[in-house]
Design a protein around this ligand. Structure first.
Ligand SMILES: NC(=O)c1ccc[n+]([C@@H]2O[C@H](COP(=O)([O-])OP(=O)(O)OC[C@H]3O[C@@H](n4cnc5c(N)ncnc54)[C@H](OP(=O)(O)O)[C@@H]3O)[C@@H](O)[C@H]2O)c1
Length: 256
């Protein structure tokens, strides 16, 4: 199987890195020449990677084509490309809906939308896909955890929560900086904060068959530090504004 990526930016870089570290069998990975420096870096780092002459050449020689350009670029270029009905096209483009993709692609190929996130480079993280597709599901299950979605409107909710990655890192950065300001060396501070959150996340995964509220409750001792932490943040509107931000990201997604 030959896999081609149109748009060689952040997300292609992460997916290709995960792919090259996985057990997925493929004959070749073709990258579009933009961005050339990222494409060259990936080609140098991993085997079986080539850089295509242009987008159409890449499509002509691949079975699966991943669309990893920004929405503005996607709307401009996809309609001018010629796909084959035997191809599987997987779009990472945040705001192009399935009907819009079908219209631009024209042929009756299999089209699947997917939302991989940068930790896919470590073969970790959820990958919501819409519509369900067995082969695509199996593919992403080797790079993380596929979540099949049966309704495109529902997939927008997942897109909204994926907008919380940078806020999450900002929280880690704020906490690390706070330690640094109190005289702790940056590497120690960051090691402490990142290993704390990795442990908490792993614990949350293990307990994710139960309501996460249980973890909130169990991690508080009466009149303890965590009780103070969560109470003060609730009072300050920290969680309400998290929900408000999710709503406003969703609102933006619903406009397209
Ligand atoms: N980053 C994420 O975590 C993430 C997660 C899921 C989905 N997505 C979606 O994936 C898409 C790409 O995101 P990204 O973060 O990877 O963006 P990005 O880093 O900006 O990458 C986009 C790439 O498209 C290239 N490009 C521009 N015009 C092109 C053309 N005509 N033909 C081929 N390639 C062209 C750009 O090259 P130049 O640098 O040369 O302009 C750039 O390398 C977006 O729709 C985004 O919503 C992103």
């Amino acid at each position: 199987m030959k896999l081609g990526f149109i748009g060689t930016g952040k997300i292609t870089s992460s997916v290709v890195t995960g792919l090259c570290r996985s057990k997925i069998f493929y004959k070749k990975i073709l990258l579009s020449p933009r961005n050339r420096s990222i494409a060259k870096k990936l080609k140098r780092k991993f085997k079986k990677i080539s850089i295509a002459k242009n987008n159409q050449d890449l499509i002509n020689s691949c079975n699966w084509v991943f669309l990893a350009v920004t929405p503005t670029v996607g709307e401009k270029i996809i309609k001018h490309l010629r796909f084959r009905s035997s191809q599987t096209i997987i779009s990472f483009i945040s705001t192009m809906t399935l009907p819009q993709l079908k219209k631009a692609i024209k042929v009756k190929a299999k089209i699947v939308r997917a939302i991989p996130l940068p930790p896919i480079s470590l073969k970790k993280g959820p990958v919501p896909i819409f519509p369900p597709n067995k082969k695509v599901k199996n593919f992403f299950n080797k790079l993380g955890t596929t979540v099949e979605i049966t309704n495109e409107k529902l997939s927008k909710n997942f897109w909204s929560t994926s907008g919380m990655m940078a806020p999450f890192y900002e929280l880690l950065s704020t906490m690390s900086n706070w330690l640094v300001k109190r005289g702790i060396k940056r590497d120690k501070a960051q090691k402490y904060i990142t290993s704390l959150f990795v442990a908490l996340s792993e614990d949350a995964v293990v307990n994710s068959n139960k309501d996460l509220k249980n973890l909130v409750r169990e991690s508080q001792t009466p009149r303890g530090l965590n009780e103070q932490g969560v109470k003060e943040l609730r009072k300050a509107g920290f969680y309400r504004s998290t929900e408000k931000t999710l709503n406003s990201i969703l609102k933006r997604l619903n406009k397209v």
